[in-house]
Each structure stands twice: as structure tokens, then as C-alpha cells.
Write a protein that binds this ligand. Structure first.
Ligand SMILES: Cc1cc2nc3c(=O)[nH]c(=O)nc-3n(C[C@H](O)[C@H](O)[C@H](O)COP(=O)(O)OP(=O)(O)OC[C@H]3O[C@@H](n4cnc5c(N)ncnc54)[C@H](O)[C@@H]3O)c2cc1C
Length: 327
């Protein structure tokens, strides 16, 4: 019996929420008195291996073969499934990013295991896991228990605190060989396109400033971006703004966009449709700026500003800048 966590990384930098999942795995491992393995694959995996130990892994498996350079399902799933088999893993977890969801569902399907996707809490009932996940656009929290021996869970980012790394922790680092040759892999990575440089990623953001149809056009995102910049925040958007072509889909928050959990979410000109709330209602503090006092967003907001966003947002930006200068 053991636990394994896939640590998502790119060029030697781990995806931050992977450490949150590893921290939770450590906590469960301590309660179950079972070892915790980390699996790190791809170019730069070696740079992340030691960090994985400091964040709670007992053993880190690294795979740096060129066939594992970039995330591809065939070679990644093959290696992960081998570790699961060899180490007697009964709980496999990853962050619920697009890749994490793909990998966990493939592993679960290949190995005939149950899966709890997008979990926001994990507890134990005896030595079995109880995974809590939001369902029906976040209106219900369902507790999932597993009838299979292997339990597979993808965990929504920012569901657990990031543990403090303990540089004094020791553990084993094991190199793993790829299981598939290049010829056996059905997909090729032909290139990468980077998103706008210098922007804070929506997934990792502790503060998000989002714009909706109320911004009235692509240029209406300028004050939203300026406030985000002043706060060191990420920019988000409602589907109405995305569908209108004012901002790319990667910025969409909601049921069919990204599900976020920042400390602060500022909704500018967003009405608060249930599908938008599904993506942000678990934010710690919600501020709504809307000129309609009846807008449903005010029902979930901790603070509401009934005002034209083109007045309120620049005023907030100025105030943030002023206070930062004074600090
Ligand atoms: C299957 C399905 C999935 C969906 N998925 C998503 C999703 O993932 N994310 C999502 O966001 N939506 C999603 N939607 C769409 C959702 O139902 C709403 O249509 C959408 O969220 C509305 O976006 P909005 O709030 O920006 O626009 P609106 O509802 O039109 O609201 C605009 C708001 O701006 C305010 N406003 C206007 N001008 C100003 C101003 N100058 N200053 C201040 N306030 C102003 C208005 O009072 C209004 O409240 C989905 C819908 C379906 C059916």
C-alpha cells in the first residue's frame, strides 16, 4: 500500500498546485502510515526531484528520456501505471489541470479503477479515501467513496494549503526508463505557443480581476488589465465577453471555462449567471462592480460597488497604486 502523486512540471519548474496535492498526500500518508511517492516526468524533471522530497515525498521517480520531454498520454500513462503496479499504489493523485485530468482518467480507465475528478477535499474512512467534489454547478458537494482497490483522484488547484518545504527531509530519487519507443507513441509535439508574457496565470492567481459584457468591447478590458496589473492579479472574463471575441477563451471563468479559487475575485460588469458563479463562487472574498443593484452577482459578493465600472475600476487602480507607493 502506498500513495503516488504526479508532479506536473515544465522545464524544471513545478506547477505550484502540485505541491498542495503532495502536501495533502503526505498528510494522508502519515495517517495511513504508508509511503508517499512523487512521479516527475519530462525535460528538467531532475531539478524538481529534490524539491518533491522537501515537500513530503519519500521516493521520487524521475523520467527524463527524450520520449518523455513533453506531456504525451501514451508514454506518461505507461510509466505512471508501472510505478502504481510496482509500488502497490492504492491512491494516485494529480492536480486537476487539463493534463492532470487527462492522465488520471486514462490511468483509472486502463487500470479499472474508480476516479473522483476535481476533488476539493480528501478525508479518510478507515483506510479508504473519501473525496469531496462539487457537482451540479457547485450547488451540491458529493462525497465519493471507492469500491476499487486503486483510488484515483484529481484535485482542484488551491484546495489545500501549499506546505512549507523542509530542506532537511531525506528521500530516495529513482530514475525510471521509458516503456515506449518513439515509434510506439501515437502523438508528436510539433511546437509550443506561449501565452502573453508577464501575465499572471489564472490557475495560480491569488487575485483575479474579471470583466464581463459590461466592459462593452475589447478596449473595455484596458481598465480591467490596469487594475489587475496594479494588484499583481490575473485577468479573467465571463463567457459573454469571450463569445463576443473581446478576449480569448483561455481567460474564461465558469462552468465551461476555468474554475478558480483566489483569495480575492473582482467581477467588473458581470451579472453573476449561475454558470459564471460555478467557476468562482469559492473565492475567499468576492467584490462585484455593477451598475445594476439587482444584479445576481451581489448575492454572492462580500463587497458590492453599484457604479459604472469605467468610473469605479480606474478609481480603485489609482487607490491601489497610491497605497503601494506609501507602503
Ligand atoms: C451551458 C452553458 C455554459 C456556460 N458557461 C459559462 C461560463 O463558463 N462562464 C460564464 O461566464 N458564462 C457561462 N455561460 C453563460 C452565462 O449563462 C451568461 O450568459 C454569462 O455569464 C453572462 O456574462 P456577463 O455577466 O458578462 O453578461 P451579462 O449577463 O450581459 O451581464 C453584464 C452585466 O454588466 C453590467 N454592466 C453593464 N454596463 C456596465 C457598466 N458600465 N458598469 C458596470 N456594470 C455594467 C450589467 O448590469 C450586467 O449585470 C454559460 C451558459 C450556458 C448555457
Amino acid at each position: 500500500m502506498s500513495i503516488a502523486v504526479w508532479i506536473e512540471q515544465s522545464n524544471g519548474a513545478a506547477y505550484p498546485s502540485s505541491w498542495e496535492v503532495l502536501g495533502k498526500a503526505r498528510d494522508l500518508g502519515d495517517k495511513l502510515n504508508t509511503p508517499v511517492n512523487a512521479i516527475v516526468l519530462g525535460k528538467g524533471a531532475g531539478n524538481v526531484a529534490k524539491a518533491a522530497i522537501s515537500y513530503g515525498a519519500d521516493k521520487t521517480f524521475i523520467g527524463e528520456d527524450p520520449t518523455l520531454d513533453s506531456f504525451r498520454m501514451d508514454p506518461y500513462a505507461a510509466v505512471v501505471e508501472k510505478v502504481i503496479q510496482d509500488e502497490g499504489v492504492t491512491l494516485f493523485m494529480a492536480v486537476a489541470t487539463s493534463r492532470g485530468r487527462d492522465l488520471t482518467s486514462t490511468v483509472a480507465a486502463d487500470m479499472g479503477a474508480g476516479i473522483a475528478p476535481d476533488a476539493t477535499d480528501l478525508n479518510l474512512d478507515g483506510n479508504k479515501v473519501v473525496a469531496t467534489r462539487p457537482t451540479f454547478t457547485g450547488n451540491i458537494l458529493a462525497d465519493i467513496v471507492f469500491s476499487s482497490e486503486l483510488q484515483v483522484v484529481s484535485v482542484r488547484g488551491r484546495s489545500f494549503p501549499k506546505p512549507d518545504p523542509d530542506e532537511a527531509r531525506t528521500g530516495e530519487i529513482v530514475n525510471i526508463d521509458p516503456l515506449l519507443s518513439e515509434d510506439e507513441i501515437r502523438t508528436k509535439v510539433v511546437g509550443f505557443e506561449e501565452t502573453a508574457k508577464g501575465e499572471v496565470s489564472l490557475n495560480d492567481a491569488t487575485i483575479i480581476v474579471s470583466g464581463g459584457r459590461g466592459v462593452k468591447g475589447p478596449e473595455g478590458f484596458k481598465p480591467v488589465r490596469e487594475l489587475a496589473k496594479a494588484l499583481g492579479a490575473a485577468v479573467g472574463a465571463s463567457r459573454a465577453a469571450v463569445d463576443a471575441g473581446w478576449i480569448p477563451y483561455s481567460y474564461q471563468v465558469g462552468q465551461t471555462g476555468k474554475v478558480v479559487r483566489p483569495d480575492l475575485y473582482i467581477a467588473c460588469g458581470i451579472s453573476g449567471a449561475i454558470q459564471h458563479l460555478a467557476g468562482m463562487r469559492n473565492s475567499k472574498v468576492i467584490v462585484a462592480i455593477n451598475k445594476d443593484p439587482e444584479a445576481p452577482i451581489f448575492q454572492v459578493a462580500n463587497y458590492g460597488i453599484v457604479e459604472d465600472l469605467f468610473k469605479a475600476v480606474p478609481a480603485l487602480t489609482e487607490e491601489v497604486k497610491k497605497r503601494k507607493e506609501m507602503a
